[in-house]
Write a protein that binds this ligand. Sequence first.
Ligand code: ZN
Length: 304
Amino acid sequence: MKQRFTLAISMMVLACFAFVGLAQKKEEGENVIKVLILDGQNNHKWKETTPILQQIYGTNDKFVVEVSTSPDEKGTEAEWDAWRPEFSKYDVVVSNYNGQMWPGEVRAAFVDFVENGGGFVVVHAADNAFSMWPEYNEMIGLGGWGGRNEKSGPYVYYKDGELVVDRSEGPGGNHGPQREFIVTKRADDHPITAGMTSDWLHTKDELYDKLRGPAKNMTVLATALSEKTHRDEPMLMALTYGEGRVFHTTLGHIDYSMQCRGFYDTMLRGTEWAATNSVTIEWSEDFPTKDKTTPITAAEKVAE
Ligand code: ZN
């Protein structure tokens, strides 16, 4: 009996050590999500929005963030040759890029990364990029501008509560004047939007409409009603590409469009899902309601 008791105590001690070991591992960064933000060219103010994306990930100690900035529009061949982001060192790549086509080597490495299980997050005008790159368009599902038309794929939207895949002719990409608008949940059974408030007021932003693209392996997570098309246009989407996962948010035109709790929470949860295939980050208690957006408090904003 005494021997058994000793054995039980020993096992408990061992279990404690194992627990301490795990905790230490986490502190050493074994379980962190490594994020790489890509920027360098955009018809939007990427030098103002990348620091906000960094700030968003900085509010949660799950994430560690690095930024890779491509050469600008005047970049020399030597500068482009020197730009080789090491995608495989990260769990998830976040694009704040809309500009010149990346070099073939970078494109191939990126496709390889996502195809083999890497995460990808597409922010606002990043879905304007690369209309002529088929793999990229499969990853993002829907895109706008850049000569996109019926050859790029269908329009996808909700109309009268039903998902519509519309192959009619016409250009891809449009938006009305910036304003606050309500974001409506369309998928409660997806990890990113599970438990999200059904209708919440997003802060002043551009509401993209008429996006079109391959739309394969895509779940529309949330929509907003466009005054231009009178359709409920996709705002948040989740896709799979090979073994990889893609979170696509059309929100985030400029700094103030990103500085609301709705953008923060959806980015954090979407990025965690893209990186790990599950979501553990909770919705914030001050998440916006249908009538009231939640601006990010001064303390959380990037220092001016
Ligand atoms: Zn914009």
